[in-house]
Design a protein. Sequence first.
Length: 239
Amino acid sequence: MAQSVVLVHGLRTSATMWRRQVELLEGHGHEAIAVDLPGHGRRMHERFTLRGAVDTIEDAVAAASHPVLLCGFSLGGYTSIHYLGGAPDSPVTGLLAASCGTRPYRVVLDSWRAAARVIHAFPDRGLALNNWAVRLAVRDPALADDVVRGGVALDVMDDALRELRGLDPVASLRRIRQPIWLVNGTLDHFRLEERRYAAAAPDARLLHVRGATHMVSLTRPAEFDRILLGALDSTAAKW
């Protein structure tokens, strides 16, 4: 049975990072809706706000043709958890939240903001450093190209990191009644509180992708794809 999947990207990336998953889902007869958050991709001229991110997800869910599995990575995972935790009547049937397993503590976010300001002072505003880091982490050149193809949102860091200070993903997870898949690479530095996340949600399962770093869908794409399709099969079985 056809379903819709709303795909929400990470910080500084865009909808293009999901190219492989879009092709996979459409090949299985599903609808794939990969969004650009404010300040990213085709919306790079906008300022990022948490409200704008939630509105983006909400609009994508409303536009879907079938029951929706929501899938978010990193920034997209945080904002998806926040959206669904505040939308008890959402038609979303399940949530896959990847690489967002540590609460956004203010002291850490403010340290990243300070570092981002230093990098932004580089002559290219940090573009070469960003692209080098992506290609170092993502060994498949085609997948690395997907990350940068939609543009690198160099100007969004300060706004996004400031807005994340208002999130409490553990509190949001407690309010979500839909099934949740928490997916983290075993080498991801963002999984420090993953078990607290899993314990907070009424219906959550914690899944590890062995050998994957933070960019789990890109560093171990086959394993991530299996989890994504498995989540779709699981939600379909409940209708």
